[in-house]
Ligand binder design. Structure first.
Ligand SMILES: [Zn+2]
Length: 240
């Protein structure tokens, strides 16, 4: 029996048979995997704690025909204070669902895991406005997955945004590009989102920053940042 060591966080748990659970893990080197935690529902099980939603552990696994099986686990972080707060838990569910839909087994999810862990930490400790955290997570997630929008210049006239005085820039979600104010009149308004220049700078920061520092920016008015995060993620998700 080959034992495999992996770090992973539980992003879904479902009850299986009388005493078992099937958990979905976002791991550092196996991608997103499904594991059977045998006996995890028993109160005296050593897998009881590590098989709960959002618990991050180092697992020792072995591979069966269709599933991995947990041999043992050492808990690294339980995110307990997040899990006991209903509103924060709802956000964690939403973001986990998103991660489940864009990841797979045997792909490199190490960056995605880092982002997810960092985001859970920020949510748990209320370091930032939660709407801002959700939008930042979505923007960074799809950037990591390779869907970075062209953000430095207008896709229509090629003018660099740092050299123009426009107060507003437009995001064209159909083509995943940005358009300057003067070119925007040539486009169907229904495919454009109006974005403040300060918001554009924040979006650019999130796209290019190191994951550890992805939340280290200030934005006074987050309304269009939040809308952008939602529309961008939804559009990219439909395209996958
Ligand atoms: Zn233009």
């Amino acid at each position: 029996m080959n034992l495999i060591k992996v770090k992973g966080i539980v992003i879904k748990e479902i009850s299986f048979k009388e005493n078992d659970k099937i958990i979905t893990l976002l791991t550092d080197n196996l991608g997103k995997i499904s594991c059977i935690a045998r006996g995890a529902k028993k109160t005296n099980s050593m897998l009881l704690a590590c098989s709960q939603f959002l618990v991050y552990s180092e697992f020792v696994l072995f591979k069966g025909k269709s599933f991995y099986y947990i041999n043992s686990a050492t808990i690294i972080d339980t995110f307990y204070n997040l899990r006991i707060d209903f509103d924060k838990l709802q956000i964690a569910f939403e973001l986990s669902k998103l991660v489940i839909s864009v990841t797979d087994e045997n792909v490199d999810t190490s960056t995605c895991l880092k982002l997810f862990l960092n985001t859970m930490f920020v949510i748990q400790n209320e370091i930032k406005n939660l709407k801002l955290v959700v939008a930042t997570f979505k923007i960074k997630l799809f950037s990591i997955l390779g869907f970075r929008p062209m953000i430095n210049s207008c896709s229509s006239c090629s003018k660099n945004f740092s050299e123009i005085e426009d107060k507003y820039i437009y995001y064209d979600f159909v083509s995943n590009v940005f358009i300057c104010d003067s070119c925007s009149s040539k486009f169907d308004k229904n495919r454009l989102i109006k974005i403040k220049k300060s918001t554009l700078i924040a979006i650019k920061y999130v796209i290019y920053s190191d994951i550890k520092k992805v939340f280290s920016f200030e934005l006074k008015d987050i309304s269009d940042f939040s809308v952008f995060g939602q529309v961008y993620a939804e559009t990219m998700l439909n395209g996958i």
